[in-house]
Design a protein around this ligand. Structure first.
Ligand code: SAM
Length: 260
């Protein structure tokens, strides 16, 4: 068989199912470059709502205080920290394994965990959402906040979540969306296209990251489509929950007992 021409091969290697360039090394490099300013920008650009959205996601998981939660795309560990604070309390995780492929994001997260005295409860691993370095049926819950739209092939990642979850295990996935109500959508798009990239560029000093954000949100799956993907990946009781006028969706679902 004739191998494809080099150009054709590199095009194929770059194209995600949605046709964007989301090569892992490119995404990891971009997040590493903004790691030190990431938290500040998150809180400023969302008006502090990111903290509320993560807390809501953790509430929906109804954790027992003993559960093992895997936080995929953990970044600087805000979701992982929210899931273990206060330690061992009902509604919180027993421990969280944080996974991300960007070493600088993890380094910032590790410092925050150490500062909070919670590093023993939150081990961090470097790895890709599409090939999780964990055993089958080893987790009670999987969380992802604002990470799934960056993953090269989200279907593969959802398959991995199903693999590492125990039967009956839960997922909680937060992701941005575009609001449907025309006036809210217009205001949001204006903010997203004109205000957010400027503030993002100014504070992070990264030319691309905060234009990539609105572009990647605009091209991610519609909530109903993503919910259907979860069902096809073997999850049941899939609930897309609309938050803050639909700028964010929280997807909660349960791994079907019969999967894998
Ligand atoms: C927008 S940040 C979200 C971080 C954190 N979850 C939060 O709530 O702030 C996205 C993170 O996902 C990570 N990421 C993206 N694709 C990934 C993949 N395929 N595997 C592992 N990490 C990934 C990036 O390195 C980045 O740290």
């Amino acid at each position: 068989m004739t191998p494809p021409a080099a150009g054709a091969r590199s095009e194929a290697a770059r194209a995600t199912p949605l046709g964007e360039d989301k090569r892992p090394e490119k995404i990891a490099r971009m997040f590493d470059a903004i790691a030190r300013r990431y938290d500040l920008l998150n809180h400023v650009l969302s008006g502090g709502l990111d903290l509320v959205w993560r807390r809501r996601a953790i509430r929906e998981l109804r954790l027992s205080g003993r559960d093992t939660v895997v936080d995929v795309c953990t970044g600087t560990c805000d979701f992982a920290l929210a899931a273990v604070r206060p330690p061992a309390a009902p509604g919180r995780a027993g421990r969280v394994i944080g996974i991300d492929f960007a070493p600088e994001m993890l380094r910032v997260g590790q410092a925050k965990l150490a500062h909070a005295g919670l590093d023993a409860r939150v081990p961090l691993l470097r790895g890709d959402a599409m090939r999780l370095p964990l055993a089958d049926r080893s987790a009670d819950a999987v969380t992802v906040a604002f990470g799934i739209r960056n993953v090269f092939d989200p279907t593969v990642a959802l398959g991995e979540f199903g693999r590492i979850l125990k039967p009956g295990g839960r997922v909680a996935i937060l992701e941005f969306a575009l609001p449907r109500t025309p006036i809210v959508r217009a205001a949001y798009l204006w903010y997203f296209r004109h205000v957010l990239p400027r503030i993002g560029r100014l504070v992070s000093r990264h030319a691309e990251a905060y234009t990539y954000l609105p572009a990647s949100v605009g091209s991610f799956h519609e909530p109903a489509t993503f919910a259907a993907m979860l069902e096809r990946a073997g999850f049941e009781h899939v609930r897309p929950i609309r938050l803050t006028f639909g700028v964010v969706y929280l997807y909660v679902a349960t791994r079907a007992a019969a999967t894998g």
